[in-house]
Design a binder for this molecule. Structure first.
Ligand code: FMN
Length: 187
């Protein structure tokens, strides 16, 4: 069974993106998978001076979790037409050491949700750009944008409830699982 590490690009407790992420393990997919949430909340700000050896303990655990996953799913908001700083910081920590970084050849899918109308398009472009710089293998042929997210969730339960969006999310995660198989052929 494949293991998917889920990284949420918002630290907010009532985060819509966290609600989307919490829905993923409950989708009934054709292929069963295991899921692990990889927290980025305790990572220090990236500083090459402390990026020595295994780095700080929070970084070591975070990198280990990424290494242990067959693929990653990033679920992130957009801030000021771009990638949230906390997520960029986390991706930078997973991009070193240069030759053995946790993100190298890691299959990654990107999902984003916003109360706004444009579905995090600009944020996802920057996330993709950063991941490509790290040599991660970003799912190339499908995108998943969730706009007007407040109308598509049950905020009390913290879950995505909109039927159409659930269908697209299911299709996206299934494509990511297939991408993990396909990308093995790239090595
Ligand atoms: C500093 C800041 C900048 C934002 N910029 C954007 C933006 O460029 N595009 C967008 O769609 N939403 C933007 N928003 C609104 C976020 O999409 C909204 O706060 C969303 O709920 C954050 O995601 P979360 O619910 O997962 O925490 C911004 C919010 C903040 C706090």
């Amino acid at each position: 069974m494949k293991k998917i590490g889920i990284i949420v690009g918002s630290l907010r407790e009532q985060s819509y993106n966290r609600m989307i992420a919490a829905t993923v393990p409950e989708l009934s997919l054709d292929e069963e998978a295991a899921y692990e949430y990889i927290s980025i909340a305790d990572l220090p700000l990236y500083n090459a001076d402390i990026d020595v050896g295994d780095g700080p303990e929070a970084v070591r655990l975070y990198r280990e979790a990424i290494r242990g996953a067959d693929g990653l799913l990033i679920v992130s908001p957009e801030y000021n037409s771009g990638i949230p700083g906390v997520l960029k910081n986390a991706l930078d920590w997973a991009s070193t050491p240069t030759r053995s970084a946790a993100l190298i050849h890691k299959p990654v899918g990107i999902v984003g949700a916003t109360p706004g109308p444009k579905g995090t398009i600009l944020s996802q472009q920057q996330i993709r750009q950063t991941l490509e710089a790290t040599q991660a293998w970003v799912l190339p042929f499908q995108k998943m944008y969730i706009s007007q997210v407040m109308e598509k969730v049950d905020a009390e339960r913290g879950r995505l409830t909109d039927e159409t969006t659930l269908k697209y999310l299911k299709r996206y995660v299934q494509t990511l699982l297939r991408w993990i198989d396909q990308s093995r052929g790239l090595q």
